[in-house]
Design a protein around this ligand. Structure first.
Ligand SMILES: [Zn+2]
Length: 290
């Protein structure tokens, strides 16, 4: 049994994902998943391709979306923004530009940190790592971004032995403080909302410290949440029910998705069950995608 929808999927247009856009439409069709959302990290660069592929899969509807990570005084949080405009508003385009620059600056920040630890991890090396798993036409659009975490770790730890293990590497990187924090929630969230998007907190289990209602209340306000992913790969039925109840109490939407980064027979697309009622509530707010 598959869910009717899956609103959290990454393609190779996300710096850390490998799937093609079409892989998801094909699998959604096979599994009878009626609605999907491609939620790239920090941008909608894949959207023209999504539109083009979607035209060949009329059985599978899609909602324009993105997963935007924001920084606020309480921490760093991933937000699934559903119902992004197909053509970004000028303000939203400026925010996407800022995130593109952030991705390159973050990449440089990782290099700088490793250099401060005494090792020659240059931008050129980083580009070679990106080329090992990303298509050139995407690198042409996004530039020398940060690298998928496992690829970077394999290079720095397993291949070059700059660090004895992942912990030592992470400690050196956080000590250097050279990786900039994400764009600020207070500045960018109003832009998403003004552009018509619904802002839902992604995989909230750790963000909410499981059932810390005080924390949930604080994040609901600080991140101006329209909803939460009540089912995710790391959820229990009990937590799903708890988050759903919280959403109902505050008139918030509930969503679910598998956060896939690769697509194949093992892909979890559609296996993270979201109630049909959740979908109806979301579509009531985004009737143009019914
Ligand atoms: Zn994600």
């Amino acid at each position: 049994m598959y869910s009717k929808f899956d609103f959290h999927l990454h393609t190779q247009w996300s710096y850390d994902a490998l799937s093609k856009v079409e892989d998801y439409f094909k699998l959604a069709k096979e599994r009878g998943v009626k609605y999907i959302a491609i939620t790239e990290h920090h941008h909608m660069d894949s959207y023209p391709e999504v539109k083009e592929v979607a035209a060949r899969y009329p059985e599978v509807k899609h909602i324009p979306a993105a997963e935007m990570t924001v920084w606020c005084p309480l921490g760093t949080y991933d937000l699934v923004c559903l119902g992004m405009p197909e053509v970004p508003t000028p303000e939203l385009q400026a925010v996407f530009d800022e995130y593109h620059q952030w991705q390159r600056d973050a990449g440089d920040g990782f290099c700088k940190a490793v250099q401060m630890a005494g090792f020659p991890y240059t931008r050129e090396v980083r580009m070679e790592l990106l080329k090992s798993y990303r298509p050139q036409h995407i690198i042409d659009v996004q530039g020398c971004t940060h690298v998928r975490a496992c690829v970077q770790r394999e290079y720095l730890v397993d291949k070059m032995h700059y660090f004895k293990d992942a912990q030592e590497m992470s400690a050196a990187i956080s000590k250097a403080k050279t990786v900039p924090h994400y764009p600020e929630a207070a500045k960018v969230i109003p832009v998403f909302k003004k552009a018509g998007a619904l802002v839902l907190i992604a995989h909230p289990r750790s963000y909410f410290r499981e059932k810390d209602v005080e924390r949930m209340d604080a994040l609901r306000e600080m991140l101006q949440l329209d909803g939460a992913e009540c089912n995710q790969t790391d959820m229990t039925p009990e937590l799903t029910a708890f988050y759903r109840e919280y959403c109902v109490k505050y008139g918030m939407l509930s969503s679910s998705g598998c956060d896939a980064h690769t697509c194949g027979p093992e892909c979890k697309l559609g296996t993270i069950i979201g109630d049909d009622v959740w979908l109806e509530e979301i579509l009531d707010r985004l009737p143009q995608y019914r």
